[in-house]
Design a binder for this molecule. Structure first.
Ligand SMILES: Cc1cc2nc3c(=O)[nH]c(=O)nc-3n(C[C@H](O)[C@H](O)[C@H](O)COP(=O)(O)O)c2cc1C
Length: 254
């Protein structure tokens, strides 16, 4: 396929025309198949850490939404200062926090999601977070806890290399990686799922920008990376789950 054909195909993908070419009565949901789990399972003996809840977040910053919107910028240089656990909890809650459970297989969160499917998991490379071992952690939105995934030497350098040499990506206090489990969205929308998934990811990252700004930190959205290298690094299968977006975050200098 040449570049023109690829461009035309991708433009088509951006349109919601797929809806007219697909029979929604054939989706897994329409066929009565139960929905995929809202959160990836983890072993009962796994190490998890409770996170401070929203009742603590009022202490963290009182800037108005207007000023946050006005001052937000992509930040690629970070202070050495760590994030507190409450600050990290706030960023996680702002990006994926559950605010209502209207049914057994449905969550409403701080971000919107097509069909409330919430097809992402959040992995963190925690580098400078008070009380947390350096390594890869995963947010458990249903419990508002952190799950320790693994640690290994040279994580920061490997992350930057997998992000095509963008060194700042591993130099914040933490790096957020959002993986997508497409089946959660396909269950309802079939092949119309894929168009809305990147739209959903945008909401999540924008909330990270605004929440970071509220606590004197900054983030930078990153969409350029080596897909296979990053999926391998985070131990994702690359088919049922793969990275869709990421953003380092850290306190601002000065
Ligand atoms: C989808 C997306 C992907 C991006 N990918 C990268 C990236 O890989 N590397 C980078 O340094 N900045 C990246 N950025 C940040 C943009 O360069 C930045 O948002 C833009 O220059 C506007 O600056 P501002 O965010 O400060 O307003 C990305 C932003 C978006 C929204």
């Amino acid at each position: 396929m040449d570049a023109d054909e690829l461009t035309s195909l991708h433009r088509e993908f951006l349109k919601d025309s797929v809806r007219l070419r697909f029979d929604f009565s054939t989706t897994a949901q329409s066929r009565g198949i139960p929905p995929p789990a809202l959160q990836k399972a983890y072993p009962a003996e796994a190490r998890t850490v409770a996170l401070p809840g929203p009742e603590r977040f009022g202490e963290l910053g009182a800037a108005s939404l207007l000023s946050l919107l006005r001052s937000r910028r992509s930040v690629r240089r970070y202070a050495d200062e760590p994030l507190s656990l409450a600050e990290l909890a706030f960023l996680l809650w702002a990006t994926q926090g559950v605010t209502a459970n209207p049914g057994p297989a449905v969550t409403m969160r701080t971000v919107p999601s097509a069909g409330a499917r919430h097809a992402f998991e959040t992995y963190l490379y925690c580098r400078r977070v008070e009380g947390l071992e350096e390594g890869i952690w995963r947010y458990l939105p249903l419990e508002h806890r952190l799950l320790f995934e693994f640690s290994e030497p040279g994580l920061g350098a490997r992350i930057s290399a997998a992000c095509l040499g963008q060194r700042f990506v591993s130099q914040g206090a933490a790096t957020f990686f959002w993986s997508v489990l497409p089946s959660r969205m396909e269950w309802r929308y079939g092949p119309a799922a894929h168009r809305v998934l990147p739209l959903d990811a945008g909401h999540v990252c924008q909330n990270l920008y605004l929440a970071a700004e509220a606590i004197g930190a900054g983030a930078c959205a990153v969409g350029a990376y080596d897909q296979q290298a990053l999926d391998t690094l985070l131990r994702l299968d690359g088919e049922e789950e793969f990275v869709i977006y990421l953003a380092p975050v850290g306190k601002k200098n000065g």
